[in-house]
Every structure is written in C-alpha cells, then in structure tokens.
Design a protein around this ligand. Sequence first.
Ligand code: SF4
Length: 377
Amino acid sequence: MTTILHDETDAAWQDDVRQGVRHVRDLERLPLSAAERGAAQQAAANHKVRAPKAYLDLIDWNDPADPIRAQVIPSPEELDEAEGELDDPIGDHAFSPVPRLTHRHADRVLLFPTYQCAVYCRFCFRKESLTSIGRGYTRAALEPALDYIAAHPEIREVILTGGDPLSLPDAALTEIRARIEAIAHVRLLRIHTRVPVALPSRVTPGLVEALQGRLMVTVVTHFNHAREITDATEAACAMLRRAGFVLLNQTVLLKGVNDSVEALEELCRELMYRLGVKPYYLHHGDLARGMAHRRTTIAQGQALVEVLRARLSGICNPVYVIDLPQGGGKVPLGPCHVEAHEGANWRLRGLDGKVREYTEVVGELDEGGSRKSAAGL
Ligand code: SF4
C-alpha cells in the first residue's frame, strides 16, 4: 500500500517539473516581453533558468511587475553588473576546508549535497556556485565533507543547503540523513529549501520518511511573497509539521517584490497563521551580481521593519539581517530602541515612539534589607 501511495505522489511532482520551464528554450512558450526574450539566453548563461509548473501558474502574465515573475524570469537588468557586486557575496569559499562544506561558525556547518535546485531564483546569492560547480549528489563527492564533520566534535548542527537538498530523490536524502545521523555529536539537521514554495507537490510521505530519524529536523523555507502561499503550499507545510519538524522561513527583501509594509505584513501573518511557519530572517539583499535593480537601501529596510515591529506580534516578526561579505556572518539591522544610557539608567523608545526612563533593579539586598540598584552594585 505504501509503495502505491509513494508512486502516485511522486508522479504528481514529476509532472509538475516536466510541465514547467526546465531550460531556457522552454521560455519560448511563455508570454514574455521582447526585452525579457532578448535577455534570456545571456542571463541563462550566468544563472540557469528553471521553474515548476505550479510556480509559473502563480504568475499574472498581464502584469509586467508581477512579484512571482520577477523572481524566476530572467530580466535585462540582471545583465548590468554593478561595481561592488561579488561572485561569493557572503564568503562561503573562504571558509570551505573541504569540497561541499562551509564551516564559518564553530557549532554548525553548511553541507552542499547538490548544486541543483527545483527552481532557480534570479536573486540567488549562490548563483555563481550553482553555475560554475552545478553538480548533483554523489556519495563519493560528499565523503570528504562527512569525514570532516565526524572529525570535529564541536559541530552540533548540519545545514543541508545548496542547491536545494529537497530536489534530491528520497533514496539520496535517506542516505545523507543516515550518514549524518551516524555521527554521534550531531544534534540537529537543518534543511534550507525552496521546494515547499515552488514545488509543493514534492513534499510527499516518502520525502518525510526520508528525513525522519534520530535527529531533530528544522526545515527553513523561503517564501518571499504572500501570493506564494496557496492550498498546495499549505498542504506541504502541514505534512512537514505533522512529521514533527520545526518550520522557519527566511525572506529576502527584494525591490519590486516585497519592499512594502503591506507586502511584508501580509506575508509574515500568512506564514505564521496559515502555514504555521515562523518568520525567522528578513535578509537584506546580498551583493550578488546583476541584482542592483532588486536591492533596497539599508535605510529603506530599516524603515519597513520599524513599522512591522509595531504592527506584528513577536512571533510574526522576522529579524532583519545582513549577511556580511567575507564571512562576517549575519548581523541584525533592525532599529535600536536605546536612546541613551548612563549606569543603571536607560532611556528607551517604545513602539509608540515615546521615550521612557528605565532603571535596572538587579542583584542582592543591601545590609539594611533594601534591594540594590544596578548602579549601587
Ligand atoms: S532555491 Fe535557493 S539555492 Fe536555489 S536558486 Fe533559489 S535561492 Fe538559490
């Protein structure tokens, strides 16, 4: 019985892939503008083109500024590379002691089982690796990375990223999960994926089974717009939640896609209330090549999150971060509410914009039985 169910569900997502765009030549059957057609070949040489049918079906082709279209259809602007843009915007390569692994922070590593994705996002900050390395999963290719993890007991979390790990077959995922699980000091398996967004039919009982084992599993999705949230993505996320996986979401702040309070507010609410996915990070646009037209300024991002902070509950609010070049890691860019501070006395700006005094009261009782303030300690 189980096998039949898996066959049926696998056929559904395979159809979705087959009927989508798998190669730049498949763009010919889409109603693109003359400028998009003109840019397609050259843009595809820099970063592959791929989108499953389910994702393409979300596009309103009458709207040239459609936020789904902007994420997957090559545009002429991406051929303009600006000064300061980088091949490796966050410094993955400098922290890669063995192929297919990045070790930037002591307790966690990025593991790249594949450099292929179910959908290729035009803004991808790893597009250079996806194009120049581009390879899929093989057991042999991952061996040095797995040996490295086994030899480093400080590693607690393994983050499968990519490429998109969930674009791999169930058998490959089962094998990768089992190999990581066999390393006793690893506690958490994290999966960074756009599959639940762009190819939700791929989230099948077989895929869930492949990921279930000894390790706590966190699936970090990548929704950028509320229009990506559909009955199908809801069903996919419900299946992952029922399996006991923790679901978080990272969004990239993209000009013309989600750079308004209304777009981000709706996205964050629907993620949490409809999908049960906690908005985790809102990323400032990385310095990926050819993406100047999709980047906001940091000041614009800060203005947006300042309003969001006041409108959304804590559980719906993502943290606005920038992933620094040269491997500096993610640092928060959100507004600071500290106006001034002297000793135990702080002046803090509330969500209503008013500044209030706050005096710290911590520590032990003094000899007279009164509680000491921080200033008096
Ligand atoms: S799915 Fe992720 S890795 Fe693949 S192109 Fe999109 S952002 Fe890049």
